[in-house]
Ligand binder design. Structure first.
Ligand SMILES: [Zn+2]
Length: 222
């Protein structure tokens, strides 16, 4: 990785549509900053497994088929950010999803930078709808990158059982993108108004996107 800057900052929020490579970039941010990743889904599962007070509270809603309210989620985050490994901050993944959550979060944890990985919808549709996976060994292919996948043969195990995932069709991807944009646009604006938004062009090589994220983050902090 070309960018070797000391990054000293509080918590980070990562946005990115499905298929934008968010997981890969989250792993890079974690390895460069040492920040742990915090996902509300993981926290909920852990709280339910422990049977903590907040976990039991969350269970009441889930058993009733209701959404777990923000107060419970924020409570979980408040506990999480007090843990030792979070003393320098955390990387939020999939949170906040609403301005109300962003406002509540701002009361308990300083967010230094919000990174939004942007990729044009058409490119996302191409990326996701061109994906195949091997039913035998799990290898994942893209039909524009892998001529042998296009011919229906797995490079890793020579199986001919290459399949598209059922939810990788264009209609599903477009509706997921629409939901993502309508949810994220107001939040991105909210953070931009507070000088925290870093927009990164995600329509490039993974390493270029990563370098941009790291240099963008280095401009924040302190
Ligand atoms: Zn295979």
């Amino acid at each position: 990785m070309g960018t070797q800057v000391a990054i000293n900052m509080a918590s980070i929020v990562l946005f990115g549509p499905p298929g934008a490579g968010k997981g890969t970039q989250a792993a890079l941010i974690m390895s460069e900053t040492g920040l742990p990743q915090v996902s509300t889904g993981d926290m909920l599962r852990a709280a339910l497994a422990e049977g903590s007070a907040l976990g039991l509270e969350a269970k009441k809603y889930m058993d009733a088929g209701l959404l777990v309210p923000d107060s419970v989620i924020i409570g979980l985050i408040e506990e999480r950010v007090k843990e030792d490994d979070a003393s320098e901050g955390v990387l939020f993944d999939g949170f906040p999803r609403t301005i109300a959550q962003a406002e509540a979060l701002s009361q308990i944890e300083e967010v230094d930078a919000v990174i939004s990985i942007e990729v044009p919808d058409e490119k996302i549709v191409d990326r996701i709808c061109g994906r195949y996976s091997c039913a035998d060994c799990g290898a994942v292919y893209h039909d524009t990158f892998n001529p042998s996948a296009e011919q229906g043969i797995c490079d890793s195990c020579t199986s001919t059982q290459l399949k598209r995932r059922a939810d990788d069709n264009e209609e599903t991807v477009r509706s997921r993108l629409e939901a993502y944009h309508s949810q994220t646009a107001p939040l991105a604006l909210w953070y931009d108004e507070r000088g925290k938004l870093i927009v990164v062009d995600g329509d490039r090589d993974i390493s270029e996107v990563g370098n941009d994220i790291l240099s963008g983050m280095a401009g924040f902090g302190d």
